[in-house]
Ligand binder design. Structure first.
Ligand code: RP5
Length: 163
């Protein structure tokens, strides 16, 4: 099936974070593609990737990067698709550098910025599925089931002593 979501990351070292995006996309039945595209090390590849994303059938781009994290913003500069940015938790500054690099875009070129690390990577996938769900019944059903299961699990045992 043609990928609807493009998952890119600045380095293979981002995979331990971004694998949570991919596993949630799989759970929510969202067709995706995934690869390393670096804003700093492969800038020409990034420009081509973002410029051709829409015509290749992608509908959302999820970009994860750490440190001086220009990947989501530069991807957003070359496509009209929605871009979701995941700040990877960096070693030096615990991902605060990544977050601030991604979130503070100038007006006119939005990047939907998620939380630092695993939570952001997971939520990027859920948000992408929620954006796509009304064009795809399988995704809509998977999102509804995931959200309901999460609610049911909390309601089924509200005693915090049971870990
Ligand atoms: C960024 O630099 C990547 O997104 C990664 O988070 C960070 C470090 O990359 P490596 O030096 O581990 O390849 O571009």
């Amino acid at each position: 099936m043609t990928p609807l979501v493009g998952v890119i990351m600045g380095s293979k070292s981002d995979w331990s974070t971004m694998e949570h995006t991919v596993s949630m996309l799989e759970q929510l039945k969202v067709p995706y593609e995934v690869e390393v595209v670096s804003a700093h090390r492969t800038p020409d590849k990034l420009m081509t990737y973002a410029a051709t994303a829409e015509e290749r059938g992608l509908r959302v781009i999820i970009a994860g990067a750490g440190g001086a994290a220009h990947l989501p913003g530069m991807a957003a500069s070359k496509t009209n698709l929605p871009v979701l940015g995941v700040p990877v938790q960096s070693k030096a500054l615990s991902g605060q550098d990544s977050l601030l690099s991604i979130v503070q875009m100038p007006a006119g070129v939005p990047v939907g910025t998620l939380a630092i690390g695993r939570a952001g990577a997971t939520n990027a996938a859920i948000l992408a599925a929620q954006m796509l769900q009304f064009e795809n019944d399988e995704i809509r059903q998977a999102v509804a089931e995931f959200r309901q299961a999460q609610t049911d699990k909390v309601l089924a045992d509200a005693d915090p002593r049971n870990q």
